[in-house]
Design a protein around this ligand. Structure first.
Ligand SMILES: [Zn+2]
Length: 145
């Protein structure tokens, strides 16, 4: 099983973001370096949720914003390690839509459940597989560093 290694302060910032945007979903990008069996996260970048039509249960980051975030990350010696979003009043489990819209094989997808405005469970899923056709989510452990 792979592990997501993340500073406690970064994890807290992700969870707080989900509380701030409740009852809408928050989303953002995780930056880090590969650590053999997973990512070591260095920072989380908040992104604007472009899904204004259904911001309570969908999230989307604009391509232009993603390009800017990736360029900034490279300048700091970091890569895009994954993405995070919140599930307002739903479990911290990936949805069929999350899976369909996940294309970054090898990246981690972090989901925080926010119940009644309070962040509860946070889970991380590695998008494993070699291609879009055999991609699948694998639950991974979260290690605070
Ligand atoms: Zn979701």
């Amino acid at each position: 099983m792979s592990a997501l290694r993340i500073p406690a302060a970064v994890l807290e910032a992700i969870r707080a973001h989900g509380e701030q945007t409740y009852p809408h979903e928050c989303c953002g990008v995780l930056l880090g370096v590969e650590a053999g069996d997973g990512w070591r996260i260095d920072a989380a970048v908040k992104a604007g949720n472009t899904r204004t039509d259904a911001a309570h249960n969908r999230y989307s980051i604009s391509p232009a914003e993603l390009v800017r975030i990736e360029r900034d990350a490279r300048g700091r010696g970091l890569s895009i390690a994954g993405f995070y979003h919140s599930h307002p009043d739903h479990p911290a489990q990936w949805s069929a839509t999350d899976f369909a819209e996940a294309h970054w094989v090898g990246c981690s997808y972090v989901i925080t459940a926010v119940a009644g405005g309070r962040a509860t469970v946070t889970n991380s899923f590695l998008l494993a597989g070699a291609t879009e056709e055999d991609k699948h989510f694998e639950h991974e452990t979260i290690e605070l560093i």
